[in-house]
Design a protein around this ligand. Structure first.
Ligand code: HEM
Length: 534
């Protein structure tokens, strides 16, 4: 077919039609459609009785790595196979958008990277990703240490008070403490604002938690009632949400104004070589404003900052929570972790260089992300018809999917898949040191720790998409190294100073989920000052 039209839109439309027609033909030839996919019929109670990802796991074992989940008229394709995940996230990434997730997050994050349409995403990703360069991360490690130090001081004070009462331990909800720590770090690292939430409460902090709470609620509530006109002014929780958003936006607008007023124009290379050791404000906002000048659209900047505030806060707090939860159940692994910390750090704070030597702590962090991925599901919607490749279990032909198919890539299932991991439910940080090949799985290359030279942390490349803690392909997390180093520093500093035990049994820590996997009633722990540290 020749396109005679000069209008680019028309040419695009014709190309799309052609693409769709050729996809349809491929699908017909492959002979398998969505209709022939195994179906898991979900009862609505499955959505409320327990976290959805538990049911998705059971259905994965029952129906295989690609199945359809039907809730009444709504259907999702659930993917638990690395080859299919790689196809959606990397090879055919631009055939999919964020679907339901974008509907939920757009009112909060606007045109921020996570829900952004493709054109906005392409522009902003190119601007934001270079901000996470090595010197920035090195400056961030100093922020991770100083914020963790504030948390440690708080715990020490609480312990001193307990000691006066004759108690050797203090009891704390570490999940809440990690949440405050991660909020302080993301505020300073992304827009040079000290929430100070480890030691105080403020209207802005309350508004951030209110907004997170609403985002969480929306991600588990499947009817977007907040989109109904006037609803936001009628339903009290929606009114509160609008007020919370305004408080945060006013705060961010003030920071943006200030960054623009103190702007120093320079080019990207110079910005990336700045002397970050003497810089008062090393934040990402400083970089974004200095790089692009006063012409950056304030609204877009605010959406970018809000996105990173939400994306980088509870996720990191959750990793720390589950890392401690897992270590606390394994005294020998806890001992190994503390021994490494003592020998690498002694009494010193971690630095950019010492993170490289804290191997066991780094692997503990990634193992916590394997067992408790944040978020447990990645959400996509197909923009055109496509054929998902065949995975393992004899599904060699794959499935044809029409445009508009909603997909859950279950990272939780991938990370606990008995087909790709030995003892998938066991906590074994050492597993990432061992090469693993599985010739039986077509199209999957398996583990080869040497495949990502220079990578500090195992990633989706070495595992060929069996391990996806930060997603993969073009929409992979921009803050992955930031978050991993932050978790390594905070975990190392906590265990350097304290022995930690769970207050109750591990079974008493109930899981709930929305955007992240967290606990129902906090993760209560007993902290005791380590005897050799004075
Ligand atoms: C995207 C996980 C920390 C900013 C993502 C995605 C995952 C993820 C899985 C991909 C989502 C998808 O494909 O649908 C995590 C985890 C974190 C973490 C587990 C902590 C342990 C951070 C931090 C920041 C951040 C600290 C910012 C400072 C973002 C942004 C995106 C993203 C902006 C969207 C990227 C894009 O679409 O181009 N994150 N993240 N994240 N994350 Fe993170």
């Amino acid at each position: 077919i020749r396109c005679r039209s000069n209008s680019t839109d028309e040419v695009k439309t014709k190309r799309n039609l052609l693409d769709n027609a050729s996809n349809l033909l491929t699908n017909l030839l492959s002979g398998r459609s969505l209709g022939s996919m195994p179906i898991a019929e979900g009862a609505v109670t499955d959505l409320f009785d327990r976290p959805l990802f538990f049911s998705l796991y059971d259905w994965f074992l029952e129906h295989g790595a690609v199945y359809k989940l039907a809730f009444g008229p709504k259907a999702f394709v659930v993917v638990s196979d690395p080859v299919v995940a790689r196809h959606i996230l990397r090879e055919n990434a631009f055939l999919f958008d964020k679907g339901v997730l974008a509907d939920i997050l757009e009112p909060i994050m606007g045109k921020g990277l996570i829900p952004a349409d493709l054109d906005t995403w392409k522009l902003r990703r190119r601007v934001i990703a270079p901000g996470f360069h090595a010197l920035y991360l090195e400056a961030m490690v100093r922020i991770f240490s100083s914020c963790s130090e504030r948390t440690i001081l708080k715990f020490e004070k609480l312990l001193e008070r307990e000691n006066l009462q004759g108690e050797k331990t203090t009891e704390l909800d570490l999940e809440a403490e990690f949440s405050s720590l991660a909020l302080d770090i993301i505020g300073l690292g992304v827009f040079n604002y000290d929430f100070g939430s480890v030691t105080k409460e403020s209207p802005v902090i309350k508004a951030v938690y209110g907004t997170l709470f609403e985002a969480e609620h929306r991600s588990t509530f499947y009817i977007p009632y907040w989109k109904i006109p006037f609803m936001r002014w009628v339903v009290p929780r929606q009114r509160k949400f609008q007020n919370d958003l305004k408080v945060i936006n006013d705060c961010l607008d003030g920071l943006i104004r200030n960054a623009k007023e103190t702007r120093q124009e320079t080019d990207v290379e110079k910005l990336q070589q700045r002397d970050y050791s003497n810089l008062k404000d090393a934040s990402l906002l400083r970089f974004l404003v200095d790089m692009r000048g006063a012409d950056v659209d304030d609204h877009q900047l605010r959406d970018d900052l809000m996105t990173m505030l939400i994306a980088g806060h509870e996720t990191t707090a959750a990793v720390l929570t589950w890392a401690v939860f897992l270590l606390a159940q394994s005294p020998s692994k806890m001992k190994k972790a503390q021994k490494e910390i003592d020998s690498v750090l002694g009494q010193d704070e971690p630095s950019f260089e010492s993170i490289k030597k804290l191997e066991y702590i780094r692997l503990t962090v990634v193992e916590a992300l394997r067992l408790y991925p944040q978020p447990p599901l990645l959400i996509r919607r197909s923009l055109k018809s496509d054929t998902l490749p065949g995975g393992y279990n004899g599904d060699k032909n794959g499935y044809a999917i029409p445009p508009g198919t909603d997909i859950f890539i279950s990272v939780y299932n991938l990370h606990r898949s008995p087909y790709f991991w030995d003892h998938p439910n066991e906590f074994e940080p050492e597993r990432f040191l061992v090469e693993k090949k599985n010739e039986e799985v077509e199209g999957w290359d398996g583990f080869d720790p040497s495949r990502s030279p220079g990578a500090l942390y195992p990633n989706e490349i070495i595992s060929d998409f069996a391990f996806l803690p930060f997603g993969g392909g073009p929409r992979k997390c921009v803050g992955d190294q930031f978050a991993l180093m932050e978790s390594t520093v905070a975990l190392a500093m906590l265990l350097q100073k304290f022995d930690v035990e769970l207050k109750g049994s591990p079974e008493s820590v109930e899981l709930v989920t929305g955007a992240t996997i967290h606990t129902k009633n906090g993760m209560w722990c007993k902290l005791r000052k380590r005897s050799h540290v004075h």
